[in-house]
Design a protein around this ligand. Structure first.
Ligand SMILES: *Cc1c(COP(=O)(O)O)cnc(C)c1O
Length: 417
């Protein structure tokens, strides 16, 4: 239990979250969230909030969104039993296969939903930010699908690190703009997208990639990603005959984790979010925002952030570009403060090892981001033998081959004759 909330306040807020009453009308998840933006951005956010209210739960929008998920994204994604991993860990391990979704990760669920919303709002073009490039690729694909031009802002440093994804975006018809300001990575890319959005809030739709930022984004992205948890819940009942004892997801901004956890909040399931522990617990060595951060405002939202004693936001480190962000979605900050979800971290080395083990045991090359969830789940299995474990397999690892190539494989499962 966090000192940020009194015990009775925490349990009331958790009940409200389970009943689907959060965020409140001001976009707040208890003390977290809200909208802390400059005056110039207020009209753009208000227009988006109105649009979300009008369309998101409208029957015809939902029908169109569900159809795209089925016919273009390839949902429902499989729930896969992992027999060899289960045997090795002494637990029953199930994987929710977001790696099988179109473009290779959960990000497409949000991108196609917001692209359809952009159409409904009459936008002439879409802008998006990207860090590692995965959200840029998903946005480019979704915009091509709905027939809207797309511009992706990407830090100059990231453009260099993620050249293949820049090429993918171009081929999908998007323009990729290098951001030379600030830290030249994800945070600067978000700032640049916001600056562009103000210039024409009616013509431009800003397609944000995670459950972060000012209201309504954390809510909008959660609603579009909840399909992960909804499907998982039903598939566990159908295929495993019961709900899991514990569910794990990696946490960067927190979109795949909130998508998995939100529909399971009211169930008797331990929920565990796994952040990037990087190379250690010192400031700057990791991206473990919830595990090691403090409350503050970052990019329009009051949430947990990595900052020094003077409130200066710190650079982060993780082997996985997708977890490398100094903030986190405000709903996770609340779920941590209420004690409903536990947030822990896995270090670079542990993630690499888990990735190799999964590859060799199940023939699945998972993303480096996702590998953090596997590392933590393995530890849980050791402490809880025989338990049923659900892991959100947020994306595939083909994109990580350039990084993986630097680390020689340590596991050899098949001895040569
Ligand atoms: C982007 C990404 C993440 C981290 O983003 P969240 O918003 O925290 O889900 C995790 N896994 C994969 C495969 C990603 O591409």
């Amino acid at each position: 239990m966090s000192a940020l909330l009194q015990q009775d306040e925490a349990s009331q807020l958790l009940d409200a979250a389970i009943r689907g009453e959060l965020p409140d009308s001001r976009g707040r998840f208890g003390p977290f969230g809200g909208r802390y933006v400059p005056e110039t951005l207020v009209p753009a956010f208000e227009r988006l909030e109105e649009g979300v209210k009008e369309h998101l739960h409208d029957e015809s929008f939902q029908a169109e969104y569900r159809k795209e998920l089925r016919e273009w994204v390839g949902r429902p994604t499989a729930l896969t039993f992992a027999p060899r991993l289960s045997e090795a860990w002494g637990a029953e391990v199930w994987l929710k296969r977001e790696d099988l979704a179109h473009t290779g990760a959960h990000k497409i669920n949000n991108a196609i939903g917001q692209a359809l919303l952009a159409k409904r709002l009459g936008a002439e073009r879409v802008i998006a930010e990207t860090g590692a490039g995965q959200h840029g690729v998903a946005s480019a694909a979704a915009c091509a699908r709905v027939g809207l031009p797309c511009t992706v802002y990407m830090g100059a440093v990231d453009i260099e690190r993620q050249a293949p994804n820049v090429d993918r975006m171009h081929r999908l018809g998007a323009e990729c703009v290098a951001v030379e300001s600030g830290d030249k990575t994800l945070r600067a890319a978000i700032d640049e997208a916001l600056r562009t959005w103000v210039t024409d809030p009616n013509g431009i739709y800003y397609l944000l990639g995670s459950a972060v930022g000012a209201h309504p984004y954390p809510y909008l992205v959660r609603e579009l990603q909840s399909v992960i948890g909804e499907e998982s819940r039903q598939q566990m009942l159908d295929q495993a005959g019961a709900l899991p004892d514990a569910a794990f997801a990696c946490v960067g901004g927190g979109s795949n984790a909130i998508g998995l956890f939100y529909p399971l909040l009211g169930d008797d399931i331990e929920l565990i979010g796994v952040e990037a522990g990087g190379t250690g617990s010192g400031l700057g060595q990791n991206a473990a925002t919830l595990a090691t951060g403090t409350p503050g405002v970052l990019q329009g939202s009051y949430t947990m952030i990595l900052q020094d004693d003077d409130g200066q936001v710190q650079e982060t480190h993780s082997i996985s570009a997708g977890l490398d962000y100094s903030g986190v979605g405000p709903e996770h900050a609340l779920l941590q403060a209420t004690g409903r979800v536990k947030y822990i971290s896995a270090e670079d080395d542990e993630a690499l090892e888990a990735l190799e083990e999964l590859c060799a045991a199940e023939g699945i090359l998972t993303a480096l981001e996702t590998s953090h969830a596997f590392a933590a789940a393995k530890q849980y299995a050791k402490e809880n033998p025989g338990s049923k474990i659900l892991i959100g397999n947020s994306g595939r690892g083909d994109k990580d081959m350039p990084t993986l190539t630097k680390y020689p494989a340590r596991i050899r499962t098949h001895a040569s004759a």
